[in-house]
Design a protein around this ligand. Structure first.
Ligand code: COA
Length: 432
């Protein structure tokens, strides 16, 4: 096949490409830093040409113009994870939220939420016409595989990454060429609280462990304390810049991994240009769809697997809320439970929830007698294992309700301990 000819035949502009999106359909857009922003923005500009088009994705990092009030009747967002750009729209009723485990998103696209159009961003094709999904394989590749129409933003600044992470141009309907830096994740601010949490988490990580780390100040703080560890490996939903340094220093070498030894396995990547340059054409890093990487049955094949995720509140029974503040949807379950369940089945696994002991600049305790009214359980008390704050480590697995409450109060902020002790006395008919 003459791929160069085929490529040219499919080339068009963003404005022309979005004219092929029909009304009354479901559009899935590429994820997080892989968002095909030029085509998404062109769709928003042309919103008057559509009726009843549903826009589905998880982490949104672009303009999120489809959530603006004037989109009513034309474009409506259905969020499978809520982020800064979509939170108010979901809260105000201009967008919807659908709860789902991350690893089950491709299954939803096969069953309950069929995909009409996939708007994706990929690297330029190789000599065989294969484009890489670059930083975002996750649900984006499965959506493109299932969609009736695929519109691709081909960006020469999208890294070429390996794994089950390619689409051939014969499977793309419209190609829009751009040369645009990818969205970058700002570096988090790591303060004393995060450092203390990072040090406690690192104390639970043995040499030869395989790690899953989320986004933000706490995972980055953990990495600061892993410099002297040996033979660490990565099997994670995502990773960011911090892993590049640990790989360069040799602390991460993936040599003891029991699944995909020698490789870092992820489903998406979020960071700065430093990360994107590191993963470009780097056979050590492989991306696979999220229904493989985050499937608990895949995760469990990694011995000594350690997951580190965060939370907004933990109640005295160990129920974790990581996604809502009262009725307000703040984020979503993401991959938190995928990993906690996978890790709990892995040989010598450890599932850690790490969070500052307080929120709202110290005004609220995150360890609470009851989750906020209207809030939801993200990780159940049956699944939870370690909770870490800047005051220490609580290990809840196999502990009674009374023992859990005692352990959790011991790592609460001192300002809230009396109040929690009062609740303990009332609940368990004895003093702490
Ligand atoms: N009441 C009121 N405000 C609260 C609150 C509460 N109970 N709990 C937190 N807040 C505030 C915080 O103070 C903060 O506001 P501020 O920045 O003005 O101080 C804001 O809400 C966000 O809280 P924070 O804990 O800083 O959020 P984060 O950005 O660190 O994200 C999670 C934490 C839990 C929301 C995030 O990790 C998440 O979405 N987890 C679920 C998904 C997941 O685990 N995925 C797997 C790995 S990617």
């Amino acid at each position: 096949m003459d791929y160069k000819k085929l490529y040219k035949e499919k080339l068009t502009t963003a404005c022309e490409a979005v004219k092929h999106i029909p009304s009354n359909c479901r559009v899935v857009t590429g994820h997080a830093t892989g968002e095909p922003t030029v085509i998404v923005d062109a769709m928003v500009e042309n919103y008057l040409q559509y009726e009843n088009v549903e826009i589905v994705h998880l982490v949104a990092m672009g303009n999120c113009g489809y959530t603006r009030p004037e989109m009513k009747g034309h474009l409506r967002h259905n969020a499978l994870f809520v982020g800064a750009g979509t939170r108010e729209a979901v809260h105000d009723g201009r967008a919807d939220f659908t709860p789902t485990f991350f690893y089950q998103v491709p299954r939803l696209f096969k069953t309950k939420l069929p995909v009409d159009v996939a708007i994706i961003q990929v690297s330029p094709p190789d000599e065989n016409g294969n484009c890489s999904f670059g930083v975002s394989c996750d649900f984006t590749k499965p959506a493109a595989d299932l969609a009736k129409i695929v519109i691709a933003q081909v960006n020469d600044q999208m890294p070429m990454t390996y794994g089950d992470n390619f689409i051939n141009i014969k499977d793309i309907d419209f190609i829009v060429e751009v040369s645009k830096p990818l969205i970058e994740l700002p570096s988090p601010v790591i303060g004393d609280v995060e450092k203390a949490i990072g040090e406690y988490c690192a104390s639970l990580i043995e040499d030869g462990s395989t790690l899953q780390l989320g986004i933000g100040a706490i995972p980055d703080a953990v990495l600061l304390f892993l410099k002297d560890k040996k033979d660490l490996g990565i099997h994670s939903e995502m990773f960011s810049d911090g892993i590049v340094d640990l790989y360069s220093s040799g602390a991460v070498n993936n040599s003891k991994k029991t699944l995909h030894p020698g490789k870092m396995i992820v489903t998406f990547l979020m960071g700065s240009k430093k990360l994107y340059d590191f993963v470009n054409n780097n056979p050590v890093v492989e991306l696979y769809p999220v229904d493989y990487v985050n499937d608990p049955l895949t995760i469990m094949k990694n011995n000594k697997m350690v997951s580190i995720n965060s939370a907004l509140q933990v109640d005295l029974m160990g129920q974790v809320c990581a996604e809502a503040i009262g009725l307000k949807q703040f984020s979503g379950v993401g991959g938190q439970v995928d990993y906690i369940r996978g890790v709990s089945m892995a040989e010598d696994g450890k599932a850690i929830i790490a969070m500052p002991s307080t929120a709202a600049k110290g005004k609220l305790s995150r360890i609470v007698p009851f989750l906020d009214h209207g809030s939801c359980v993200t990780t159940s008390r049956n699944d939870v294992e370690y909770i870490v704050t800047e005051y220490g480590i609580a290990n809840l697995r196999g502990k009674s309700l009374k023992q859990r409450a005692k352990e959790l109060i011991s790592i609460a902020h001192p300002d809230f301990k009396d109040e929690l002790a009062k609740e303990y006395k009332e609940r368990f008919k004895e003093s702490l």
